[in-house]
Write a protein that binds this ligand. Structure first.
Ligand code: GLA
Length: 729
């Protein structure tokens, strides 16, 4: 990892282990250009790649035509209104409503380490393992400063970028668009990869060519949503899972976001990511600053898999915080699919008693323990224990669970308010709404205005009171509807466009307060399943509930898409009952365990009611979790086969960093008549090492397992699974 300034070529070289990123400063005006992002180069001058001397420019540097220059010069921070007609990274309106800005370099600084981003989640690093380049750009007319930050990390092929605007002018300006990163690159017939989905089928993978014009994936829901991810990857046409060049971009943000690729007249591509500009506008008064979220760029020459492993390493080592980052998580049993709203102290204790016998380590009490929450039509906001359900009170229940040797966890949905709640009756203006227009309900709830400090204070005070009242060691923070009918009673008319961003900042503020007040708490984020599974949330909670769809077969696709970016250590995954509550499918209990093993692992069923055969498997599954979780949580993940592509089977593996151990998960989704065993080529092992497969006598060289492969017998039936444990011999 290195950041070098080359005086002669006026360029900055950002070196990661296998990639180089080059920024060039051009002309007496100090335009900030992008010269190169690709395989690692030796120190050399590649600023010729910016083509500043070519047609359609006039050859004389200072006499060249400004518009034709700006409209094709590869820019690091393209602005709007002065001649670059491509997608802009920044759109500024001045006090006279003119839209124009032009940022050129004023100064730079290279520092060890990395500063925190004010109020926002971001990657972090120490002075030893992280370096940051800060470019200070200025629009001279507006007096506006843009500080572009680029951080590189020891041993990781990623660059974290962010932008801060500081108004040093005399007049207010309005930011109408601010992208966190923009990358101009030559088109090499790239494909693009995005994630799309819906409730219960989050994060499906989609690969299509980058065509002419703008192609984007964007959210306007106030969160990324089940439907979108703040992510895109550009892939060389021939890039595969294991080979070829891939550049991925992911925004560390939990609100409205957009990621786009714009292929233009000269066949170059502009890739960018940031806050969705639709509905966004932000007034910056003189002396004020605006920090845009951080975007992460990952370069891989080892295909899509290499990109995923780099994101995993970066997020495990430089994003997730807290004591659970590196710890095995307690195996929990959650009562949602077991009881829904129909529970009381006795029922929960019955579940806990049985669960404790099998080695389950934590009981999580889900939705329905507060106010008159007997169904999902009421009581959100009334965070007072319902003692009709919880006879003896919360402390009694928690103490009894603790006596069984188990931890206790609880569910909250802090950002919401039901119209039928004491809180709403007392404070109807606390709900997000537009005066004179009836706000739309979803799941019969409104959204609390998290931009307002007094509302956050109230919610924090209620949550803290509950959490201090008993030994509660885990919180599931849910968020079950998107945002619309945007209006805040506390924002003036010209600042309503700041709402979405201020809302997200409010959520971050509240989560930060919570984990500061309760530093030992294990926080799990959730949003109607996986609607807010994003890197921003990972800064506050080391795990996120992946999807309300707990069916093992559906989960193969959901977890594969999730692991495209996010580490397995973060994926909330549980064994649930069958027929599955979402799809009605019956799958073997064993397979459900194998699939949940790729995530945080836990149970979501009524242990007092499941069949004896299933129940008998729980202690074995728990042993399995303890045996493999360190490997799954910390190892390198390799995709081998997706049943969504091949129709029949799914296979992935995790290899220990020291290559001494690996675990292959194989699921035969559909049995196939009259077929031989299947040959599987393993990945990521050390070719020279000698390995054995647990349960077998013989040994194999790593190169044999990867090039010749192993044979997996045809399993009898559908949805059958198998684990293959590989150890250094
Ligand atoms: C969401 C969550 C579920 C459960 C319910 C409770 O849908 O994803 O796991 O907590 O809310 O209402």
């Amino acid at each position: 990892m290195e950041i070098i300034y080359e005086e002669k070529s006026r360029s900055f070289l950002l070196q990661t282990p296998k990639s180089t990123y080059v920024i060039g400063i051009v002309d007496a005006e100090n335009f900030v250009g992008h010269a190169y992002y690709g395989p690692r180069l030796m120190e050399d001058d590649v600023t010729y790649l910016m083509r500043t001397g070519e047609a359609p420019f006039t050859p004389e540097k200072n006499a060249r035509d400004r518009l034709s220059f700006l409209d094709c010069f590869p820019q690091e921070f393209p602005s709007c209104g002065v001649g670059d007609f491509r997608e802009s990274a920044v759109t500024i309106k001045d006090k006279g409503s003119h839209v124009a800005s032009e940022f050129v370099l004023e100064s730079f600084e290279i520092v060890n380490g990395k500063e925190k981003l004010e109020g926002l989640p971001a990657t972090w690093g120490s002075e030893e393992d992280t370096k940051t380049l800060k470019l200070t750009l200025r629009d001279k007319v507006l007096g506006l400063k843009a500080i572009l930050s680029y951080s590189v990390f020891e041993g990781i092929d990623a660059i974290a970028r962010s932008v801060k605007l500081v108004n040093e002018g005399k007049d207010p300006v309005t930011i109408e668009k601010i992208m966190s990163a923009s990358l101009d690159m030559d088109n090499r017939e790239y494909d693009k990869l995005i994630l799309y989905g819906s409730w219960a089928r989050e994060r499906y993978i989609d690969r299509t060519p980058v065509n002419y014009g703008v192609q984007s994936t964007s959210s306007l829901r106030g969160e990324p949503g089940h439907q979108e991810q703040p992510f895109m990857a550009l892939l060389e046409k021939n890039a595969t899972e294991d080979q070829g060049e891939v550049i991925g971009i992911n925004l560390i943000y939990s609100g409205n976001c957009t990621t786009l690729a714009d292929r233009n007249q000269f066949d170059s591509i502009r890739l960018m990511s940031g806050i969705n500009p639709e509905g966004f506008s932000y007034i910056l008064n003189p002396g004020e600053s605006f920090q845009a979220p951080e975007a992460v760029l990952v370069y891989s020459s080892e295909g899509i898999g290499g990109m995923s492993r780099t994101f995993h390493d970066l997020y495990r080592n430089h994003l997730i915080r807290g004591e659970y980052r590196d710890k095995k998580r307690p195996i929990l049993i959650n009562n949602w699919e077991a009881t829904y709203f129909d529970f009381n102290t006795e029922k929960l204790l019955d579940i806990a008693r049985e669960a404790s016998k099998d080695g389950i380590e934590m009981l999580v009490m889900d939705d329905g323990w507060f106010g008159n929450r007997y169904d999902d039509n009421r009581a959100l906001g009334d965070w007072f224990v319902n003692e009709e359900k919880l006879a003896g009170g919360l402390k009694y229940l928690v103490d009894e669970v603790n006596k069984l040797g188990m931890k206790f966890g609880i569910w909250f949905e802090p950002e919401m308010i039901s119209p039928d709640s004491d809180l709403y009756r007392a404070h109807p203006d606390w709900a997000v709404q537009i005066p004179g227009r009836e706000a739309g309900l979803a799941r019969n709830q409104y959204v609390l205005d998290m931009t307002r400090k007094e509302i956050r204070d109230y919610i924090f005070e209620r949550m803290a009171a509950v959490l201090h009242s008993a030994n509660i060691e885990y919180v599931k923070w849910d968020m079950n509807r998107p945002l619309c009918d945007i209006g805040s009673a506390s924002l003036p008319a010209d600042r309503q466009g700041e709402f979405f961003h201020r809302y997200v900042l409010g959520v971050y503020d509240l989560q930060e307060r919570l984990i500061t007040e309760f530093p030992h708490l294990l926080l799990e984020n959730c949003s109607g399943g996986g609607a807010r599974f994003d890197a921003g949330m990972l800064y506050y909670s080391p795990q996120i509930w992946c999807s309300d769809d707990t069916d093992a077969i559906e989960r193969l696709t959901i977890q594969e898409g999730t692991a495209l970016i996010y580490p397995l250590s973060a994926m909330g995954a549980h064994v649930s009952d069958c027929p599955n509550h979402t799809v009605g499918r019956e799958t073997p209990f064993e397979t459900r365990g194998y699939v949940a093993l790729a995530g945080t692992f836990g149970y979501e069923l009524d242990i007092t009611k499941i069949s004896k055969e299933d129940r008998a498997m729980i202690p074995e599954q728990i042993q399995m979790y303890h045996k493999y979780n360190d490997l799954v949580r910390t190892g390198d993940y390799y995709r081998i086969a997706s049943y969504s592509k091949n129709r029949y089977y799914d296979c992935y593996m995790v290899v220990a960093k020291d290559k001494m151990e690996a675990l292959v998960t194989y699921v035969q989704v559909m049995g196939r008549p009259n077929s031989h065993s299947r040959r599987i080529l393993l990945k990521g092992l050390c070719p020279e090492k000698t390995y054995r497969i647990e349960g077998e006598e013989r040994t194999y060289r790593g190169s044999t397992l990867m090039n010749a492969g192993i044979l997996v017998e045809n399993l009898w039936g559908d949805y059958k699974g198998k684990l293959i444990h590989i150890l250094e011999a």
